[in-house]
Design a protein around this ligand. Structure first.
Ligand SMILES: *[C@@H]1O[C@H](CO)[C@@H](O)[C@H](O)[C@H]1NC(C)=O
Ligand SMILES: *[C@@H]1O[C@H](CO)[C@@H](O)[C@H](O)[C@H]1NC(C)=O
Ligand SMILES: *[C@@H]1O[C@H](CO)[C@@H](O)[C@H](O)[C@H]1NC(C)=O
Length: 189
């Protein structure tokens, strides 16, 4: 004769379920995730690397980027292997996951939320911040775009690259300002 399910049966069911889960967990070793911590700051245009390692093998990895008030899933439940999407590269190998951005731009900044799935599930996040390229990088860039290299060569300021770069920058800014000024005057008339 079948017994009607009564209310007290439910807690017993839960207890059994809990027991099964904890037995299961006991047999597994912990993932012990270690990830790149805090804020990663790289100059614009330089590569950025973020890693997460666990002591088990990854089942899958999901990475979400939160930036400018929007959440984007960059990689969803990626198993072992190499993946690439819009400048982001993810490598999942054994218990190691590595996210590489070769040429960091402003749209790569934000909070990277990692969902790690190995023996267990973990959530962790790393912030990527882009800094302005250092003065050295800037000097190289300015020299690349110097409009009058011959003039620069014969300049008495040669040998003082800092001053030279300053003069060239002021010159470029001046020309840009002048063009803008002309443009607006032209538009108004
Ligand atoms: C625990 O895991 C090992 C292998 O990792 C397996 O041989 C063993 O049967 C498991 N024990 C239980 C109680 O699940
Ligand atoms: C993860 O492992 C790799 C290879 O051993 C190592 O280079 C990297 O620094 C590790 N990441 C962290 C956050 O410890
Ligand atoms: C990010 O970098 C900028 C400089 O480019 C700095 O002013 C800002 O404080 C940094 N933000 C964080 C959270 O470190």
């Amino acid at each position: 004769m079948p017994t009607c399910p009564s209310v007290p049966d439910i807690p017993i069911l839960w207890l059994l379920l809990l027991l099964v889960v904890s037995l299961n967990a006991q047999n597994k070793s912990w993932d012990k995730p270690v990830c790149t911590e805090g804020i990663v700051s790289v100059p614009r245009g330089s590569p950025a690397v973020m890693t997460c390692n666990i002591s088990n093998t990854f089942t899958d990895v999901t990475i979400q980027l939160s930036a400018y008030g929007k959440d984007r899933i960059i990689f969803e439940k990626k198993p072992q292997g190499n993946f690439s999407w819009h400048g982001w590269e993810l490598q999942v190998r054994g218990g190691q996951a590595q996210l590489v951005i070769k040429d960091t731009q402003d749209n790569h900044t934000g909070i990277y939320l990692w969902q790690l799935h190995g023996g267990q599930r973990y959530y962790t996040n790393t912030v990527l911040n882009i800094s302005e390229p250092s003065n050295e990088d800037k000097a190289t860039d300015t020299r690349l775009f110097t409009p009058f290299p011959d003039h620069a060569k014969s300049s008495p300021l040669e040998g003082k690259p800092g001053t030279l770069v300053g003069v060239i920058t002021v010159f470029i800014v001046g020309v840009a300002g002048f063009i803008t000024f002309i443009y607006y005057r032209h538009r108004r008339s």
